[in-house]
Design a binder for this molecule. Sequence first.
Ligand SMILES: NC(=O)c1ccc[n+]([C@@H]2O[C@H](COP(=O)([O-])OP(=O)(O)OC[C@H]3O[C@@H](n4cnc5c(N)ncnc54)[C@H](OP(=O)(O)O)[C@@H]3O)[C@@H](O)[C@H]2O)c1
Length: 269
Amino acid sequence: MGDKPLAGQVAVVTGSSSGIGAATARELALWGARVVLAARRHDKLEEQAQAIMAAGGEAFIVPTDMTDADDIDALVRRVIERYGQIDILVNNAGIGWQRSFVVTSPEDIVRMVTTNLLGVMRLTHAVLPGMLARRRGAIISVASVAGHVAVDPLYSATKYGVRGFSLSLRRQLQGSGVSVSVVSPGFIRSELTAGGRRLMPGPAIVARAIAGLVAHPRREVVTPGYYRPLVLLEHALPWLGDRLLRPRRTQRAGTAQRRADTESTTPAP
Ligand SMILES: NC(=O)c1ccc[n+]([C@@H]2O[C@H](COP(=O)([O-])OP(=O)(O)OC[C@H]3O[C@@H](n4cnc5c(N)ncnc54)[C@H](OP(=O)(O)O)[C@@H]3O)[C@@H](O)[C@H]2O)c1
């Protein structure tokens, strides 16, 4: 493994029991990293770890609920006990949502923000002191095209939040030896988008982008590349998005409620 670009580095990947996180764990292991898989489903983590080890990589699982601050502390403690360091952090765990905001329950609002945004901040906060002390580290957070294009009040809020947090942390840490990057995927085939009718690339495209950001840190990558014009358009001409995303008919709250109760929950990217 010595000649691999990430040989010996310790990578924590959240949400690695499926989809983008699982593909990223496999990719980083191929690049030589010792990979720590964290998510809630123990059996799925075990499956992913077995696949990595069967391919000659090293994997360690730590079942973790990212909405639980004690679990997050325990994750960092267990990785430090085992490996003594964390070189790479991939903040990927997340849940999707697409419903009319007015009918979303207060509990679901808290669950979404705690999983997608607060979990990213808490884990980064716990990992950062070790990286800064060693003047070495790479933090990559998975946002979304929906963190550039305002499509869903709750999901987009968390993904704009992940971008705002990461991009300003990146500025604060300039010259520290720790890089901070964001990857913003468009629609990707995974459990989160299951049931969606459009054709989507698999999660490997995002995994490769994340491994690339570890080796060659950049501010942000939007992937697949065909989403980049859409992102530029939203920044340059937001009124055009208002027109394109206008509901087909004016919805009063009651109408919105009935629609939301029956509509597909395929989330925004
Ligand atoms: N697929 C897309 O089109 C798309 C587009 C843009 C951005 N993204 C983002 O990409 C990331 C990965 O999504 P995916 O598409 O790969 O979907 P996925 O297959 O559903 O993966 C989501 C992962 O997050 C984990 N997770 C969810 N809640 C968690 C919690 N409370 N604690 C710990 N882990 C938790 C899940 O594991 P457990 O259930 O085992 O905990 C799972 O491993 C998400 O942040 C998502 O917002 C996806």
